[in-house]
Design a protein around this ligand. Structure first.
Ligand SMILES: Cc1cc2nc3c(=O)[nH]c(=O)nc-3n(C[C@H](O)[C@H](O)[C@H](O)COP(=O)(O)OP(=O)(O)OC[C@H]3O[C@@H](n4cnc5c(N)ncnc54)[C@H](O)[C@@H]3O)c2cc1C
Length: 388
């Protein structure tokens, strides 16, 4: 994996050293990792290995709770995701979900919650999940129906969540439910629900094009102690959005890793495939395709690391994160498609790296806000600025 972009001014030397050592680790630890098999077992093992190697320390905040730094370092998370995605989609997923699933606790958890969950997440001993989406509330989060009724010292959860990554293998879930303080997005509260809590069950496991643990969750009269609430009642939407601001940028970084790998594989093919007495790369049509792929990747990388750098300066990145996510995921889809085209028939054979990338990239254009949602965020922000 090439690392020239580490010279960019967005990074500190600690980021550069981190990314270089992860490249070495991935080569050793993930080189022989299969791209299919028992996805639950593989995911559990990857979480454990990422924890043992210390990489998950970057997914949580607070040194006393096992974190690598006091605050979440967005650039570190992005570099880690980009590198892991280059090597292995499921390794990236395992890392990302530890961060997304525990992000609300890192950002707004009580001292007790942080002490109870974050060290185990950082060591890879507890698997985390983030449960926001519902069958009728995906892009339109405020249409959420899953309810948490106030009942003395506990909330009583009733309803469903779907498309929940790590559903079925997670040890705890950060669940967003309607508590009704106000209509729409202002009446939602965040709760930590441990696996095995009575009244909580996995209703269905869901299989997707690039296999990851994924499930629909069901809550029936599920009592969750009030001590498990993150933030204030009715503030859950803000908790979710603050968490997504970090991890949306990191989705762009993962797309970048997939895209860079596709360019690497495309170049390898172009340089070696004999054709019409020359090689594929000798044709100008191929050179134009490669030029487009490389330019798309660099543009996405600049947007991604601008957003990450800006957040680490303590600035708002709603527009920048949306631009990064949209450009990187849409761009990576095009780059990967071009790599499959360069590989010809071999590009669609199960087990070829570009075939696996083709499946890995697709969901990134949908989750954590579909591309259309990012367009709306950017467009509205531009109009607000123009009217100010
Ligand atoms: C593999 C995978 C993993 C996921 N993991 C998680 C998870 O861990 N936790 C979690 O809470 N959720 C998760 N999700 C859910 C994900 O966030 C939702 O799928 C996503 O928000 C879209 O919601 P939806 O599927 O209900 O699609 P819908 O909301 O029905 O949207 C369908 C399509 O409509 C279009 N669209 C949306 N808004 C507009 C608009 N305003 N104007 C025009 N077109 C629009 C978009 O193209 C969108 O793809 C995951 C999803 C997938 C596929």
């Amino acid at each position: 994996m090439k690392t020239e972009h580490l010279a960019w001014p967005f990074f500190d030397d600690t980021h550069r050293a981190l990314a270089r050592s992860l490249v070495d680790w991935c080569g050793d630890a993930l080189g022989g990792e299969p791209h299919d098999g028992d996805v639950d077992a593989q995911c559990r093992s990857l979480v454990r290995r990422l924890g043992d190697a210390g990489w998950l320390r970057h997914a949580v905040a607070g040194r006393t709770h096992g974190g690598a730094a006091e605050a979440i370092d967005t650039r570190a998370i992005c570099l880690l995701r980009e590198t892991l995605a280059w090597h292995h989609g499921l390794a990236d997923f395992a890392f990302a979900m530890q961060g997304l699933g525990s992000g609300a606790i890192s950002l707004q958890g009580t001292a007790g919650q942080r002490a109870r969950y974050l060290p185990r997440v950082a060591r890879g001993e507890a698997i985390a999940a983030f449960a926001l989406s519902e069958p009728q509330a995906g892009s339109d989060v405020a249409a959420m129906q899953c309810a948490a009724r106030d009942d003395g010292d506990a909330y009583v959860l009733d309803g469903e969540k779907t498309w929940i990554s790590n559903g079925g293998i997670a040890d705890f879930y950060v669940v967003f439910a309607r508590t009704g303080e106000a209509a729409g997005s202002r009446g939602i509260t965040a709760l930590i629900v441990d696996a095995g809590t009575p009244g909580f069950e996995i209703a269905e496991r869901i299989e997707v094009v690039a296999p990851h643990p994924l499930a629909r969750l069901r809550f029936v009269g599920c009592r969750v102690p009030k001590a498990q609430r993150i933030g204030e009642p009715g503030e859950g939407f803000k908790v979710a959005m603050r968490t997504l601001d970090v991890f949306r940028t990191s989705v762009a970084a993962a797309a970048l890793g997939f895209g860079r790998r596709a360019l690497h594989e495309g170049l390898r093919r172009a340089a070696t495939r004999p054709m019409f007495g020359q090689t594929l790369g000798d044709f100008q049509l191929t050179q134009a395709r490669l030029a487009q792929m490389a330019t798309t990747i660099d543009a996405a990388a600049l947007l991604t690391y601008r957003a990450a750098w800006q957040r680490d300066q303590g600035r708002t990145i709603t527009r920048e994160a949306a631009m990064a996510k949209m450009a990187a995921t849409e761009g990576a889809q095009q780059v990967i498609d071009a790599a499959v085209q360069l590989w010809g028939g071999a590009g669609v054979v199960h087990g070829n790296v570009v075939e696996s990338l083709y499946r890995e990239i697709r969901a990134l254009r949908i989750y954590e806000g579909a591309t259309e949602v990012q367009q709306l965020i950017i467009g509205r922000d531009l109009l607000k600025e123009a009217a100010a």
